[in-house]
Unconditional design. Structure first.
Length: 254
């Protein structure tokens, strides 16, 4: 399995970037913010390890690795500042604790569609993983055609100062969905792309999203027919959670 790590900064780097933002209120919280970055980064590592272990277990018992690869990332301080501003929140550590749940994230790219729900439900079933939020953009795609399963979970992190609970955003999608999302992101956010191109190719991508879904479902069917005795059963959604704003998500001692 390929495990890519993006923006995994050390404490000194985080402190330098926070100070460079020039926001006095953010700068006043540099030490606390850097500590929280480290906590969330460790939480991402914990989830990554759990998923890696699950994938190895599937390989032994089902002769199938549902996870194609994973990508870990941390939101850089400038992006964090921008998100706080868009939400109308003060650039304080309290705002981050109570309202930002994707400081650390992991993207899980699966081989087949059913693997998405198998991985999600087996992760959430672990006793120390708590589901806070679930958005299924596979069953309910965004208007653009975007598809992915988004989870916000918490996991305990063991540090020298004790055990703390931290949130992690987990995005789970197939290889086809990941390819589509990468191209759509390039279309929407590449500055050299004209509005006419965005409109033209956006319509094409929307149509291709439906076609990709059909293709992936057909390829999954072939895979199961070729190796039916080892097929993982289709997973039924059994987990639900309130919206993040309704949940008690403040980082706390375990």
């Amino acid at each position: 399995m390929i495990l890519a790590r993006e923006n995994l900064l050390n404490i000194k780097q985080i402190q330098r970037e926070l100070m460079a933002l020039g926001d006095r209120r953010m700068a006043n919280n540099v030490t606390q913010m850097a500590d929280y970055y480290q906590l969330c980064q460790l939480a991402v590592n914990e989830i990554g390890t759990k998923l890696d272990n699950l994938d190895a277990d599937y390989a032994i018992h089902y002769d199938h690795n549902p996870i194609h690869h994973m990508e870990e990332r941390m939101k850089d301080p400038r992006s964090l500042q921008g998100k706080l501003r868009r939400k109308g929140l003060a650039p304080s550590i309290t705002s981050v604790y109570n309202h930002i749940f994707d400081l650390g994230g992991i993207r899980v790219v699966t081989n087949y569609l059913n693997d998405v729900y198998t991985v999600a439900n087996n992760l959430i079933a672990q006793s120390d993983v708590e589901l806070l939020k679930r958005k299924d953009y596979i069953k309910h795609p965004k208007p653009s055609g975007y598809r992915s399963l988004h989870l916000v979970v918490t996991v305990p992190v063991f540090q020298a100062s004790g055990v703390k609970i931290a949130p992690v955003e987990v995005q789970i999608r197939t290889v086809g969905m990941d390819m589509w999302a990468s191209l759509e992101h390039k279309l929407r956010y590449k500055t050299s792309v004209s509005t006419e191109q965005v409109a033209h190719y956006g319509k094409q991508l929307h149509d291709y999203a439906d076609e990709l879904t059909d293709i992936e479902e057909n390829m999954q069917a072939i895979f199961y027919q070729l190796d039916g005795k080892m097929a993982l059963p289709e997973t039924v959604d059994t987990f639900d959670a309130p919206d993040v704003d309704e949940a008690d998500t403040t980082t706390k001692e375990a």
